[in-house]
Design a protein around this ligand. Structure first.
Ligand code: SAH
Length: 354
């Protein structure tokens, strides 16, 4: 049993089962035993590999998007260029290098910021970006960013935010909770709480017993804060994550450890926990604040931003080994059987004000 499993067990003994959202929040963000507080999750030696860690081309194309988004917003100055949930800081490093080539004056004049909740990862990001030659500010929340037009990016952020689950029982939909079974082990069960039926996806009507629905108030709240900021100050944001475009029933909560799926309840604090992102819900929040929102797949987004051309340019001066590596990276990032279709891209923007 992990130290966090013992603590959660004692908590449940003392005050009853906890929601899946509280379980996720403890597993990921507990300051002493939480996954992001204690682990180095990223890369070959970690538990999972994200797009910026797969290839520099990912961050370069996001950098091209940043430049275009800034121009589409009528090139405001001052402007804040920020990333939320930066992990090791690799994406921002590649974005900065690209912006430096595309528009050095933008790099000189923009304010760069990273929004990160984990003090440990903040230190890792500082080390990664140490030699970038650009001043960067760190903030713990969106609200702390300076009140200026904002160009914001976030990769694999929303999947890490806690979700709630509801399970269909003979008595109707009930909140799915984490309690203790007869052997004192963590186990899923149906709690007394019921969801607001208006929030359930269309296929929840007529779902059979045992079906699971996911709602994510924490994601909605974060998206509301971001959308409000863009509505107030102008700008645009880009979010990339795995998830779905149409809401539907299904249990997508998953644990990853050393690049393999793990039991969600087996090793709290030692495995990464995520759930697929409901992009329809995020886009709806942005639209309700008067922003434009468009959705696509990671494959279509990257190809549209010039992935093949960038791979060709990088490979032009190298040998066969380099070209094979780049082809492999293109396939992983954009291939339909790799990340190309599972990962979705949400672009939101404030309508231009004169
Ligand atoms: N974007 C990185 C890391 C993804 S992991 C990459 O693609 O490699 C998720 C990141 O989001 C971590 O850095 C985690 O600490 C951070 N995070 C989680 N919740 C957050 C929140 N509410 N605000 C800002 N950062 C958050």
């Amino acid at each position: 049993m992990t130290p966090l499993a013992e603590r959660i067990g004692r908590l449940i003994e003392a005050s009853g089962p906890i929601g899946v959202d509280d379980y996720m929040a403890l597993c990921l963000f507990d300051p002493t035993h939480g996954y992001y507080s204690t682990r180095e999750p990223f890369g070959a030696g970690g538990d999972f590999t994200t797009a910026p860690e797969i290839s520099q081309m990912f961050g370069e194309l996001v950098g091209v998007w940043v430049c275009q988004a800034w121009q589409s917003a009528s090139a405001p100055s001052p402007v804040t260029i920020a990333e939320i949930g930066p992990g090791r800081g690799t994406l921002m490093k590649d974005v900065l290098r690209t912006l430096g080539r595309l528009d050095p004056s933008l790099v000189r004049n923009a304010n760069f910021a990273l929004v990160e909740t984990s003090p440990r990862l903040t230190e890792v990001q500082k080390r990664t970006l140490d030699g970038s030659g650009t001043e960067i500010a760190w903030h713990a929340s969106i609200e702390a960013l300076p009140p200026a037009p904002l160009i914001l990016v976030g990769n694999e952020l929303f999947d890490a935010l806690p979700i709630r689950q509801y399970v269909k029982t003979a008595a109707g939909w009930r909140e799915r909770v984490v309690g203790l079974d007869r052997d004192g082990q963590l186990a899923f069960m149906a709690g007394p709480g019921a969801p607001d039926e208006a929030l359930l996806p269309p296929d929840a009507v007529g779902a059979s017993e045992g079906a699971v629905v996911e709602l994510a108030p924490a994601r909605t709240a974060l998206m509301e804060a971001i959308a409000q900021r863009l509505a107030d100050n102008g700008g645009a944001a880009l979010f990339i994550d795995y998830g779905y475009l149409e809401p539907h029933t299904g249990d997508t909560l998953q644990a990853m450890r050393r690049h393999e799926y793990d039991d969600v309840l087996a090793r709290p604090g030692e495995a990464d926990l995520t759930a697929h992102v409901d992009f329809f819900a995020l886009a709806s929040v942005a639209r309700s604040r008067g922003l434009t929102a468009s959705l696509t797949t990671q494959g279509d987004f990257l190809l549209g931003m010039g992935l093949l051309e960038r791979a060709g340019a990088l490979g032009a001066n190298g040998g066969e080994t380099l070209r094979e590596r780049l082809t492999g990276e293109v396939e992983r990032l954009a291939g339909p059987d790799a990340m190309g279709e599972l990962f979705k891209v949400l672009e939101i923007a404030a309508s231009k004000r004169q």
